[in-house]
Ligand binder design. Structure first.
Ligand code: ASP
Length: 322
């Protein structure tokens, strides 16, 4: 058996912490399940009993709009019960440790936790303290696997002429250094066979990315966008910046804003993507966000069936608590 076939025979991971442990075949199976879930979301009654009797806990130690709502929608659309925890409204603000907080919540017997945390590695840490499955909904700057899955799924549905991702060119532009979305997309798209070009100013584009196969780094927007099938703009993550990393916002805009003019160099059907939240007229030209080439709303919509597929695959494929 070849190494690739061997890898594809690997047991499905218990958790979704990042995409490193998921083989291309397992990801393709997840996308097939997503197709079924997307079909459910087109029905008048958008609810199936697939996860009846399971409880999903959403544990958000960092703010979120799209991701938390999307996971909760994904759980409820499959008839799971949902318990929600938000750090601001909890005893964490009274000094309770992460471990004690998890122990308290875990006593309520959820089968799967969806976790967002500002510290890289926090979801991995939680897997040591619970028997439940854990899905990473964004940890520090490290990983945001369901965002990458919904980005790639959105591309796949909008660019059906590509059977897979071989030959696909993705450009990711902006604050790559602080972006877990960039890291997870690099991991996923290169694993599926696409080429990823990362673009930004020197201070926001760590050289370490250039060592990965299937990845090119550039400081010139025109080089990144040329021939790209999808261009993803990233927000400047000021909350994760230790000091001033940009000479001026005006200069940043002039050199790195994803604009209609810049898109002229891309593939004629190129898609414009953004994980949100968007700062219009900073990393993306306002009107381009509303242009027919923009799939930003489709990304949000696809988040629900992708997360339905993730919950279903981890819970039903593996029977809840170990
Ligand atoms: N929503 C994405 C994240 O949680 C991107 C961002 O915040 O800019 O990483």
């Amino acid at each position: 058996m070849s190494a690739a076939a061997d890898a594809d025979a690997a047991p499905r991971p218990k958790h979704l912490l990042d995409l490193a442990d998921w083989t291309p075949k397992q990801i393709a199976a997840l996308f097939d399940t997503t197709d079924v879930m997307a079909q459910v979301m087109t029905r008048t009654i958008k609810k199936v009993p697939a996860l009846q009797g399971f409880t999903v806990g959403t544990l958000f130690f960092e703010n979120s709009t799209r991701t938390r709502l999307s996971f909760e929608r994904a759980a409820r659309a499959q008839s799971a019960d949902v318990i929600s925890f938000a750090a601001g409204a909890s005893s964490l603000s009274k000094g309770e440790s992460l471990k004690d907080t998890l122990r308290t919540i875990d006593a309520m017997q959820a089968d799967l936790y969806v976790v967002r945390h500002p510290a890289s590695g926090a979801p991995h840490q939680l897997t040591r303290w619970t028997d439940a499955r854990v899905v990473n909904a964004g940890d520090g700057r490290r990983a945001h696997p369901t965002q990458a899955l919904l980005d790639a799924y959105t591309f796949k549905t909008r660019f059906p002429e590509f059977a897979g991702f071989e030959g696909v060119k993705l450009a990711i532009v902006g604050d790559v250094a602080h972006s877990r979305v960039a890291r997870s997309n690099v991991e996923l798209w290169t694993k599926l066979g696409a080429h990823v070009t990362l673009c930004g100013p020197r201070t926001l584009l760590p050289e370490e990315f250039g060592e990965r196969s299937g990845v090119t780094l550039t400081h010139r927007l025109a080089d990144a966008v040329e021939g790209a099938h999808a261009v993803m703009a990233l927000r400047l993550q000021r909350e994760r910046m230790a000091g001033p990393l940009l000479p001026s916002l005006a200069e940043y805009r002039a050199r790195y804003q994803v604009s209609r003019a810049a898109l002229a160099l891309a593939h004629p059907d190129a898609l414009v993507m953004h994980p949100g939240p968007m700062n219009r007229d900073v990393e993306i030209e306002g009107p381009l966000a509303d242009d027919p080439r923009s799939v930003i709303e489709a990304q949000v919509a696809n988040g629900v069936p992708v997360r339905m597929a993730v919950l279903y695959t981890l819970l039903v494929g593996g029977k809840g608590r170990a």
